[in-house]
Ligand binder design. Structure first.
Ligand SMILES: C[S@@+](CC[C@H](N)C(=O)[O-])C[C@H]1O[C@@H](n2cnc3c(N)ncnc32)[C@H](O)[C@@H]1O
Length: 295
């Protein structure tokens, strides 16, 4: 067992990414119980990343492209939990800057209120960017601090869309700002699986933009790839795309299933250009799989 992971998650006062909160009257989107796995992986990774990197880098930056409202209610239990942005702000050693992006007006306003209320001391470190992150990508990149000879900057970007509404160009553009690791939720089962026939027949550009390939339909129409392999095709293509911009293949894509039944919902895939990022993520992932109850 890795000692850093042990220290962070097994000691007294360990960081627990599942953070209970109470109804504050603002919007609280409902999510399935499976979302807690996402919160554990994200929170676990942020904790290990900031703890392990704080003395090696001058500026650690957290970017959340689909930040949400800050709270969510777990449908199955009615419990209210902090979500991605607020989890990332709760870690023991804070990031130096948080860039929080959200398109929906009500979610955006609730997120701002909650950040102010829970983290008044961090407010100067937070930049909120309202609107479509695919469209706002230049503004988001401008908000990300640049590396210089006086300041070493390392960034971590969480990407959590509901659907395939994530353009690969957005990720590619972000990758050009400098050192940046990604934790991407690939909503392959939730969206891709349900809507394949529609995507194949329709002129929808969603899949094309998701994997940056205008000819993606051809192998399906020609029968070279069976329709049942659509998810596999997308997952592999995503890795290839990331590889084309110099990211390592993810060590493992964490598959999240609906509790109790064997229906996979989405993949969480971690992409880094460096071994250390993969190593950190793998440790959190393995630890979570082995020790679910400790979080
Ligand atoms: C799955 S929720 C993510 C919630 C949050 N990250 C969490 O930890 O629960 C996706 C969020 O992205 C927002 N959204 C959808 N499309 C977007 C876009 N193109 N740009 C920015 N935000 C978007 C939605 O309003 C929603 O709040």
């Amino acid at each position: 067992m890795n000692t850093l992971v042990e220290t962070l998650f097994m000691s007294k006062g360990k960081f627990d990414p599942i953070i209970p909160v109470v109804d504050d009257g603002l919007i609280i989107p409902e999510v399935g119980a499976w979302a807690e796995t996402k919160y554990k992986l994200l929170g676990g990774y942020c904790e290990i990343f900031t703890t392990g990197m704080k003395n090696l880098w001058d500026n650690l930056v957290y970017v959340d492209l689909f930040a949400g409202a800050g709270y969510a209610k777990i449908k199955e239990t009615n419990k209210i939990r902090m979500t991605s942005a607020l989890i990332a702000m709760s870690v023991t050693h804070k990031f130096n800057k948080y860039i929080l992006c959200e398109k929906d007006e009500a979610n955006f306003n609730a997120l701002q209120e909650r950040v102010k209320r829970h983290f008044p001391k961090l407010i100067d470190k937070v930049q909120f960017i309202k609107g479509d992150s695919n469209e706002n990508i230049d503004d988001i990149c401008s908000a990300i601090p640049k590396h210089s000879k006086d300041e070493k900057v390392l960034r971590f970007c969480f990407v959590d869309p509901f659907s395939l509404n994530l353009k690969f160009k957005t990720i590619k553009r972000l990758s050009q700002v400098g050192k940046i690791d990604f934790l991407i939720l690939l909503a392959l089962y939730m969206d891709a699986n349900r809507n394949l026939i529609y995507y194949i027949n329709d002129r929808s550009k969603k899949v094309e933009e998701f994997i940056d390939d205008p000819n993606w339909r051809t192998p399906f129409v020609n029968g070279e790839i069976p329709i049942n392999d659509f998810i596999k095709f997308l997952a592999e293509k995503y890795d290839k795309n990331m590889k084309s911009i110099d990211y390592k293949e993810p060590v493992k894509k964490h598959q999240v299933k609906i509790d109790g039944i064997n229906v996979p919902l989405y993949y969480l895939a971690f992409y880094s250009k460096h071994e250390r990022g993969n190593d950190f993520y793998q440790k959190v992932e393995r630890y979570l799989s082995d020790q679910q109850s400790l979080f």
